[in-house]
Design a protein around this ligand. Structure first.
Ligand SMILES: [Zn+2]
Length: 389
């Protein structure tokens, strides 16, 4: 995705996203090969004694390590760790000799600083003997493991592998916590979501969000029903989102518990972080019914906002403005064109009007286009007013 500066404004709808999922380390598969348990691993060995250092490095290579670099110096240790970009998953394990830093406080501080700077690397403290003091030092420095400097090859390999795996598991747990944001956009008829929030859907999908569109009816009577269903899917897919299509009666969407249940089912499945729906300030009875049902069905969702439909009344009072780029607006227009039969006949779906509307709302943002939203509710801590993806 291209860099996208300057969208922060207090009245825009902005969120942060977790980072891209990191590249998987090579050693997971290799770990199961008994003859070379360290296959694929890159290890840094720091030891003040050249003989022991050589021995350790040789043992690591013997057990399959892909790359081993030796050092006996604090600065060089960090320099080596910096040589490999994290994109290549960096150094997997670094062994640090306790003797290299005699002051226990300094040792803990140094190891903590390393851990912070190189979060992908597992640190192992090496020591003459595994005593309580040494164990405490490892603990304070948050080293993954501790091992004697004269350990056998098997013991050394086992320790290094365990440290690597623990670190990798920690990292995966952190990543699992940073799932992409999920947005659910609910509309009464095919094309409602695209008209009200098509640009926002496109932009959020581009930023890595998972977006689901829930359309409550197959749309106006007339035309080939199968063709309309196909168009509905194609239009939503063209924005990068997924369509869930319900079949409540167009023009008579009931304002009752059945409608609530149908939306609830999708909310439970999608578990959205944000829900967008029609505004209550709308002259179309279907839009109001879907708005009301969604308020009930999405009561547990942290962020809830309403988009503008062509049938919105003058009471529609937006307080958030989702900035759009030219590409987002183009994608919106394309998706609306996909509803071929509708777009040709309805004056409110003309490109010039859609473009002018988006252009008008941009006056509340620093972008060229925008879609307006009535933000009804924000709860929880994830909303970030001043940062964009
Ligand atoms: Zn509609």
């Amino acid at each position: 995705m291209a860099a996208d500066p300057g969208t922060e404004r207090s009245n825009e709808i902005t969120f942060t996203l977790g980072p891209e999922h990191g590249s998987q380390s090579p050693a997971t598969a290799a770990a199961s090969r008994d003859e070379s348990p360290l296959a694929g691993l890159r290890v840094v060995v720091a030891d003040h004694d050249i003989g022991l250092r050589r021995r350790t490095a040789e043992l690591l290579r013997e057990y399959g390590a892909l790359e081993v670099v030796e050092t006996d110096d604090r600065e060089r240790f960090r320099t080596v760790l910096r040589t490999r970009p994290r994109a290549e998953s960096g150094w997997h394990v670094a062994l640090w000799d306790r003797e290299l830093e005699s002051d226990p406080g300094g040792l803990a501080e140094f190891l903590n600083a390393c851990r912070h700077e190189f979060p992908g690397t597992a640190f192992v403290l090496t020591t003459d003997e595994v005593s309580t003091t040494a164990a405490v030092a490892a603990l304070r420095g948050r080293a993954s493991e501790i091992v004697t400097r004269r350990a056998s090859g098997a013991e050394l390999a086992e320790t290094v592998l365990r440290a690597f795996r623990d670190r990798q598991q920690d990292r995966e747990e952190v990543r699992a916590d940073r799932k992409p944001f999920r947005m659910l956009v609910v509309g009464a008829h095919p094309d409602d979501a695209e008209i009200g929030a098509g640009g926002t859907i496109h932009r959020r999908v581009q930023a890595g969000w998972e977006v689901t569109v829930l359309t409550m009816s197959h749309g106006a009577v007339g035309g080939d029903p199968d063709e309309r269903v196909a168009e509905a899917h194609e239009a939503v897919n063209s924005l990068g989102a997924t369509l869930v299509l319900e079949d409540l009666p167009d023009g008579g969407i009931p304002d009752n518990v059945e409608t609530v249940r149908r939306i609830e089912r999708v909310v439970q499945r999608v578990r959205p972080d944000v829900v967008l729906v029609h505004s209550e300030n709308d002259t179309h009875q279907d839009h109001r019914a879907v708005y009301r049902a969604t308020v009930s069905a999405a009561r547990g969702v942290e962020r809830f906002a309403c988009y503008q439909s062509p049938s919105a009344t003058v009471d529609f009072a937006p307080n958030r403005f989702a900035g759009l780029r030219e590409t987002d607006l183009e994608a919106k227009l394309t998706s609306i064109h996909t509803h071929g039969s509708q777009a040709k006949t309805r004056a409110y779906l003309r490109d010039d009007l859609l473009r002018a509307t988006a252009r008008y709302w941009s006056r509340f943002t620093r972008e060229y286009y925008a879609e307006p939203l009535e933000l009804l509710r924000v709860s929880g801590l994830v909303w970030q007013e001043n940062s964009d993806e």
